[in-house]
Design a protein around this ligand. Structure first.
Ligand SMILES: *Cc1c(COP(=O)(O)O)cnc(C)c1O
Length: 341
């Protein structure tokens, strides 16, 4: 499938950056946000001592625009991304970009790049990356006073290559985040700390890390960039309860889908690693990963194999229902879908 207008082969897209026409920029100075504009300039010019460069004062969000079965372009629960970014900014001592303006800016960026929204059925979507950083010069350790908020868009395909072939995880000797404090914010600082563990995992033949809680190292947390769900032998959907993992919107939505669309029990609770071998299915969930089946988890000498060569039965039902809601094939709960065009 090739876009006539943009000459992109949608079916071969991976998860990488493709430049689109417009991005949104707004600056916070003297205690207020300016009006914000769309620009074609994808570069950012910064002061050499900008807060983001010295003390990593930056955070982001990740969301997608989808082309539905009837040709509309929609976003999925953007209000939750706006809320989460506000929460992250509070924790990082950054100015909060007003939530109604966040949603308005998302809409502007998608409308300005409509030709880059992949067609229905291509398996691709338009990924949106809202982000913010401290932009004025700081040298003593303190928050910046000026910030830049931006959103760019880039068309993306699947996060993991190989379609629905299950991925492998290993339990690393590293922690994903501090035990209390920074694990629940969506910020580059957590990702910076995850780069070494992920390169190490790849070098050892694994797709990702399954982090355990850093306090006791006995409970399942999440991976570098996605939450985890499990299915029990009696078809309950369970997911880790923890203050130090990122509250995934995909996960919240899947738990709702499990209960209200599929009639399954859904539980958020602590999950000791020793229980993992008892589960029937395991998958990663997130905007980028959608729902990616996990086939194997290795922890030192222990290897847990979920024994399937594509998505497990319940994982597949969850996937079909969630993507059905996003692509307009299945009726969405009130307020989940924002129609943009
Ligand atoms: C973004 C992110 C997720 C997934 O959250 P969604 O809202 O479902 O996209 C999970 N874990 C981490 C660390 C993240 O940054």
């Amino acid at each position: 499938m090739i876009s006539a207008k943009k000459d992109i082969d949608w079916s071969s897209l991976g998860f990488g950056y493709v430049k689109t026409d417009y991005r949104y920029v707004s600056n916070f100075k003297d205690g207020k946000w300016d009006d914000g504009v769309l620009t074609t300039d994808e570069t950012v010019t910064l002061h050499e001592s900008a807060g983001v460069l010295q003390y990593a004062q930056t955070c982001f969000e990740g969301m997608k625009a989808y082309r539905t079965v009837d040709g509309k372009v929609v976003c999925f629960r953007p209000d939750l991304n706006a809320q989460r970014m506000a929460d992250t900014c509070e924790r990082l001592e950054m100015a909060v970009f007003p939530q109604d303006r966040f949603i308005d800016a998302v809409e502007k960026v998608v409308k300005a790049n409509l030709d880059f929204v992949p067609p229905y059925g291509s398996g691709a979507s338009l990924y949106l990356r809202p982000y913010m950083f401290g932009s004025n010069a700081v040298i003593g350790v303190k928050p910046a006073e000026e910030f830049q908020f931006r959103i760019f868009a880039t068309p993306v395909g699947p996060y993991f290559k190989g379609g629905v072939k299950p991925i492998s995880l290993r339990v690393p000797d590293f922690d994903r985040a501090a035990p209390r404090g920074t694990g629940h914010i969506k910020a580059g600082l957590n990702y910076a700390m995850s780069l070494h563990p992920i390169v190490d995992a790849h070098n050892k033949g694994f797709n990702e890390n399954m982090y355990l809680d850093s306090k006791t190292r006995t409970k399942v947390e999440e991976t570098g960039g996605a939450n985890i769900i499990f299915v029990t032998k009696d078809n309950k959907v369970v997911t880790p309860k923890s203050d130090s993992i990122l509250p995934s919107i995909t996960r919240r939505s899947l738990m709702y889908v499990a209960e209200h669309y599929l009639g399954l029990k859904a539980e958020e609770r602590e999950i000791p690693f020793t229980e993992v071998k008892e589960f029937k299915e395991c998958a990663l969930c997130g905007t980028a990963a959608v729902l990616s089946p996990v086939g194997r988890v290795v922890n030192g000498d222990e290897e847990i194999v979920f024994g399937m060569d594509s998505m497990g039965e319940i994982t597949k039902k969850l996937y079909d229902t969630l993507t059905g809601i996003q692509m307009g094939r299945i009726e969405a709960p009130e307020g989940w879908i924002k129609v943009i065009s």
